[in-house]
Design a protein around this ligand. Structure first.
Ligand code: SF4
Length: 368
């Protein structure tokens, strides 16, 4: 992975004393830094730029998160028209945006505030989590930090994971998932994690990684990082998402699955998810503009009821069935689930349609 190097840092005054702020500034000593009262003017400034994304990613904002950090995953809740099978997942939005430049990244057309942002008031996050867990002692929470940012790509700068992993190790009704396309696991090694943090990698064949996931860690680096985490007793996960169709997809995904199970013992793998390529028409336009050599917009994508375009259903289901078969050949018992798919796909691929509670419970049982 190419480490993120901002050209300037803006620090909101209210979090100047935070340990996260200190970590970042200590690790980027030569980068010009400016104190600000609020981030509002930055938004106005970015709206005058064209194109906005590359320029705004050159600035790192250390901000005070004023809303809720912790919420149900918007992707897994049933949305109008899609009726997706939900996996009862929660998210922590500790940061937003990502420098790794995957051509298909939905953040390009989703974020209103286009800067690289880290919310440095981590103490408020921990307070919020304590309150939520204590307020629902009979519920069990599976929580990820990888919705609006990669969970670990900036961890060498922030040290965010250290506090989170040790906090979750002490919880009796919650597990954390750190989802990444990086190999930044240095801060995780040696922590008292208590088996309550799943470190997971989004995976694609090398061909896709090299063509479409531009600044991410290579597949070999991700597998090496997963091996190190498994050796440290972390449960690890893999997300074959987005599955991408191209002429050699069958050979390449089969090889990838074989390589995963060759490197990582099945007993260390908490879960594997599958999901197909999806994009809105605005994201498709952005991919064409920002990544003209990407082959993804050339795929035959058709609109789904939730407004996103996906491969048409028979193709998706054929891909899921094959991938599931290759996983089952290696490990008949590893938990596999589909992300952002409806009951029809579940029924035909997995032969059952779990409720939100059942799927959430099954996934939790993979960890605790
Ligand atoms: S690693 Fe994830 S968050 Fe970062 S650009 Fe790629 S898809 Fe987006």
């Amino acid at each position: 992975m190419k480490p993120y190097q901002p050209e300037q840092i803006f620090v909101e005054r209210s979090i100047e004393g935070s340990p996260i702020t200190k970590n970042v500034l200590d690790r980027l000593p030569g980068v010009p830094t400016r104190s600000i009262d609020s981030t509002e003017f930055l938004l106005e400034e970015s709206q005058r730029w064209n194109p906005t994304i590359p320029r705004s990613k050159q600035s790192l904002i250390l901000a005070h998160h004023k809303g809720k950090f912790f919420k149900p995953c918007p992707g897994s809740r049933a949305k109008e028209g899609l009726k997706g099978v939900c996996c009862n997942y929660f998210v922590i939005n500790y940061a937003s945006n990502c420098h790794m430049e995957c051509s298909y990244c939905y953040l390009q057309s989703y974020l209103n505030f286009p800067y690289m942002t880290i919310y440095a008031n981590q103490v408020d996050l921990i307070t919020e989590l304590k309150t939520a867990f204590a307020g629902s002692p009979h519920d069990f929470f599976r929580i990820g930090t990888g919705e609006l940012a990669d969970s670990l790509a900036l961890d060498w700068l922030t040290g965010y994971s250290t506090v989170l992993v040790e906090f979750f190790a002490r919880q009796t009704n919650a597990v954390l998932e750190l989802k990444t396309k990086s190999n930044c696991v240095g801060n995780l090694l040696g922590l008292e994690h208590g088996g309550k943090t799943v470190v997971s990698w989004s995976m694609n064949p090398r061909y896709v990684q090299e063509k479409e996931e531009h600044k991410t860690s290579s597949i070999s680096q991700r597998l090496q990082a997963a091996t190190e985490c498994a050796e440290q007793g972390y449960p690890v996960g893999f997300h074959l998402d987005p599955l991408i169709f191209y002429p050699a997809w069958e050979t390449d995904y089969r090889d990838l699955i074989e390589e995963i199970f060759r490197r990582i013992p099945a007993s260390s793998i908490a879960w594997i998810s599958v999901g197909s390529l999806r994009m809105t028409s605005s994201l498709k336009d952005t991919i064409r503009r920002r990544f003209p050599s990407s082959f993804l917009p050339l795929g035959e994508l058709v609109p789904s009821p939730d407004g996103k375009m996906r491969y048409f259903k028979p193709l998706r289901m054929g891909m899921y069935r094959q991938v599931l078969r290759w996983i089952r050949e290696k490990s008949p018992t590893t938990q596999v689930y589909a992300c952002m798919e409806g009951p029809g796909v579940w029924k035909e691929v997995f032969q059952s349609v779990p409720t939100e509670a059942e799927l959430g419970e099954e996934l939790i049982q993979c960890v605790v």
